[in-house]
Design a protein around this ligand. Structure first.
Ligand code: NAD
Length: 300
């Protein structure tokens, strides 16, 4: 069993690290938040006093931090200076492609093997060990990271070279954000045209308008399988995180010279929703901004 340093024990890392401990690994955990660290220790991880201490002598280092600036700081100041060169370095945070690529270059120049491995799936998937990991990096890095990631997920997919995991994640989420907005405005129009939402769902889910946003994650309360729409848009994937990913996609599109007008429109709409206080709601709650007539069942 491996000695694994785990840095960042928030909503996601706090569920992931205990799954590594459950699998029999020695998990040396660290977080700036004492509460987060105490909870991880209660759930089978070992307390480390700092990132420097956690990574010393580790076989693997996993990071799950808020954004690119935190990841860059933790790797540049702590991990590259204190982890053994033999350790596989795995960043599971969602960050910008450029920072991921530059960190992986820096790691390689210093003799480390590093991969980016952002996740699809929210807090429940982190808890349940059912995340999907999109891995960017060398084949060797992927092979080293895979057995560790398999303890925390249901699928581990090699997306390509350095930064490709982040690229896959933001492209997927840009598509998700845009299809969710399209689903919300379509159901609003259908209702205003006199169509029953359930009837329209039954038709469109078997016709060419079908998408995951509609069939599996319908934003209309009481239609389709149970979703956050049936819980007043609580839980699920926070609109603030969708906005974060749409901003990362816009940044990457600008750098790559790609024209992404639908992604840009979705970003603008989610920005408005977050500015109006919707940031902690599930992202499908944006239907309430598009048309306030979608009343959650308990308020009817
Ligand atoms: P979070 O804010 O709950 O947790 C981040 C943790 O990192 C916090 O506990 C914080 O104290 C800690 N931290 C920050 N700087 C640190 C440092 N220098 N050293 C040690 N610890 C430090 O965030 P989260 O919801 O767990 O998300 C983590 C990452 O996963 C983000 O990049 C996010 O975009 C991505 N993600 C989140 C979800 C989700 O549903 N929450 C889903 C998919 C991906």
């Amino acid at each position: 069993m491996a000695k694994i340093a785990f840095i960042g024990l928030g909503h996601m890392g706090g569920g992931m690290a205990p799954n590594l401990a459950k699998a029999g690994h020695e998990v040396r955990a660290f977080d700036l938040s004492e509460d987060a660290l105490a909870q991880a220790v209660e759930r089978g991880c070992t307390r480390a006093g700092s990132t420097d201490v956690a990574v010393k002598g580790a076989d693997a280092v996993v990071t799950m931090l808020p954004a690119g600036k935190h990841v860059a700081e933790v790797y540049r100041t702590h991990i590259f200076a204190h982890a053994p060169k033999s350790a596989i370095l795995i960043d599971c945070s969602t960050i910008d492609v450029a920072t991921a690529r530059s960190l992986e270059e820096k790691a390689a120049a210093a003799g480390f093997t590093m991969v980016d491995a952002p996740v699809s799936g929210g807090i429940a998937a982190a808890e349940g060990g059912t995340l999907t990991f999109m891995v960017g990096g060398s084949q060797e890095g992927f092979e080293k990271a895979r057995p560790i990631l398999e303890n925390m997920g249901k699928a581990v997919i090699h997306a390509g070279g350095a930064g490709s995991g982040q690229a896959a994640k933001i492209c997927n989420n840009m598509l998700l954000g845009a299809t969710m907005v399209a689903t919300c405005e379509t159901f609003t129009l259908a209702q205003k045209l006199g169509l029953d939402p359930q009837t329209f769902y039954d038709i469109a889910s078997k016709a060419s308008g079908q998408s995951w946003s509609m069939t599996t994650y319908c934003p209309v309360p009481g239609v389709g399988p149970e979703t956050p729409a049936d819980r007043n848009y609580e839980g699920g994937f926070a609109a603030a995180l969708m906005l974060k990913d749409l901003k990362l996609a816009a940044e990457a599109a600008k750098e790559a010279g790609a024209y992404t007008p639908m992604g840009g429109e979705a970003e603008e709409l989610f920005q408005r929703f977050v500015d109006r206080g919707g940031g902690s709601k599930d992202f499908s709650g944006i239907i309430k901004m598009i048309d306030d007539s979608w009343i959650p069942p308990e308020d009817q």
